[in-house]
Design a protein around this ligand. Structure first.
Ligand SMILES: Cc1cc2nc3c(=O)[nH]c(=O)nc-3n(C[C@H](O)[C@H](O)[C@H](O)COP(=O)(O)O)c2cc1C
Length: 456
């Protein structure tokens, strides 16, 4: 394989066949790593090959390494010499060059690999693997026979990133806010966020997690309001398409349209659901008046700061046919879930998006009261509020929180004591909402509003 071919073909592989990689091959791959340049030829690298299931398990459970390492038959834990003069991180630069060589050689051998910074807590990994004090883990490389063939992810335009002689202002990724809450972003910042961050990663990933029960509940709610004949259904800012994919197959026979804030988000969703038309716009819907039968907001108001005024709903009203339905699914800010969300944010002092690992982008539960008020103001008739709790979220929360505590937990032991009972309480409430329909104990709300013909 030519080098240029390997450079183009190498992809991060996260799904592997359940087949061991012979140690001689692993040694050959690491040898390619050591051909890399290193500052003063110090070769600041050491490698620990982990192919024992029990050790991988301990790395996940005790150190908080990403769970996906369990699926790789072989791991290479890459260590760097931390005692080397750290000016300009020359040691890290050198070892990173070795990692890239390893990835390229792996690709040349027809195998798959993925570079992981998500190895968990540094000290814990070092302790588990018996790493001497002068060395530190840099990353893990997952290695194995590939069981997937991901496409090339979006790449920045070369003209946006190369500067001749001096930095040319106006080029390159803008410096975006790092806040967690979507309301602290402008629409164009969210759009830039999608372009350069949240939608620049690999395709096909579902950032949101829903159980079958939840998907069925949402699908049947939507289906019960569908027009009898073939209708035009618009989904607004479906974001990564996690819900749109199962929904689109349930809506076969109707004309589906997806509106996204950025081209990148549209491409991302399109990779999952091809049977629909895509538009890119903002709160102004590029659609004819009275042309749409149903408009869906599938947990998108939490991610796009569009509730500052009523434009989006006025536009929805304009685009809907008389008696057309506006169906909004959203996370309820004024619920125990919402309070818990904000409490955790405050207690952990999470105010940078990186801290929360929200790779799907800024997020914030929304006030259903505010949505209702905005809808009433423009004379939508609100037909129904169905409330329910998403149990999956609790599982995700538990994992996130445990991971967070593992990484930063030394000074947060009180939190451990508070958060576990709080999560158990939420679990109980989740069960209760299956029986009781009360706003305070439901995490999610479905608002169904109808365009009143006479109000036009
Ligand atoms: C320093 C570094 C850290 C990374 N950490 C992770 C990680 O923790 N988990 C993961 O799934 N991928 C990780 N990746 C892989 C990137 O997500 C991937 O390289 C990127 O999405 C581009 O896709 P490609 O490698 O297929 O070109 C990492 C890559 C680099 C270079």
């Amino acid at each position: 394989m030519e080098l240029s071919e390997a450079l183009e073909k190498r992809r991060s592989i996260r799904k592997f066949r359940d087949k061991a990689i012979p140690r001689e091959i692993v040694m050959e791959i690491i040898k390619a790593g050591t051909m890399a340049p290193s500052a003063s030829n110090r070769q600041h690298w050491q490698f620990i090959v982990v192919d024992k299931e029990s050790m991988k398990e301990r790395m996940v459970k005790q150190a908080g390494a990403q769970k996906q390492i369990m699926d790789a038959p072989c791991l290479i834990v890459v260590l760097y010499d931390a005692t080397f003069n750290e000016e300009h991180y020359a040691n890290i630069q050198s070892v990173s060059a070795a990692v890239q060589n390893i990835l390229l050689r792996t690709c040349e051998l027809g195998l798959g690999a993925c570079w992981l910074a998500g190895f968990g807590k540094e000290e814990e990994v070092s302790k588990l693997l018996g790493v001497p004090n002068h060395l530190k883990p840099l990353c893990i490389i997952m290695l194995g026979e590939s069981a997937e063939n991901p496409p090339l992810p979006p790449k920045k335009d070369i003209r946006d990133i190369v500067h001749f002689n001096e930095f040319q202002n106006g080029k390159g990724a803008p410096s975006l806010p790092i806040k967690l809450r979507s309301s602290e972003y402008t629409l164009s910042e969210i759009r830039e966020h999608q372009k350069f961050l949240s939608r620049s990663s690999y395709f096909g990933k579902d950032y949101e997690i829903y159980s079958e029960e939840e998907v069925n509940k949402i699908t049947s709610l939507v289906q019960s309001y569908l027009p009898k004949k073939r209708g035009h259904i618009l989904s607004v800012f479906s974001y990564d398409g996690t819900l749109l994919r199962p929904l689109s197959s349930a809506l076969t026979g109707h004309h589906l349209i997806d509106l996204e804030l950025s081209r990148e988000a549209a491409i991302f969703v399109n990779a999952k659901t091809t049977k629909m038309d895509f538009f890119v716009s903002d709160a102004y819907l590029p659609l004819k008046s009275s042309s749409i039968d149903m408009i869906l907001f599938l947990f998108s108001l939490e991610k796009v700061p569009i509730l500052k005024n009523q434009t989006i709903f006025s536009e929805a009203k304009r685009a809907l046919k008389p008696e057309g339905k506006l169906i909004i699914f959203c996370k309820n800010k004024l619920s125990f879930y919402g309070l818990f969300y904000q409490g955790i944010e405050k207690l952990l002092k999470i105010n940078r998006i990186e801290d929360a690992f929200l790779s799907s982008g800024p997020f914030e539960p929304v006030s259903t009261l505010k949505i209702k008020k905005l809808l009433k103001k423009i004379s939508f008739s609100i037909q129904l509020r169905s409330l329910f709790f998403f149990p999956m979220e609790l599982t995700v929360y538990k994992e996130r929180l445990n991971g967070y505590l593992k990484r930063h937990g030394r000074n947060l032991s009180i939190l451990k004591h508070i958060s576990r009972p709080a999560l158990s309480l939420l679990s109980l409430l989740a069960k209760a909402t299956k029986k009781i329909n009360l706003p305070l104990i439901s995490s999610s709300t479905c608002i169904i509003a109808e365009k009143i013909s006479s109000g036009d």
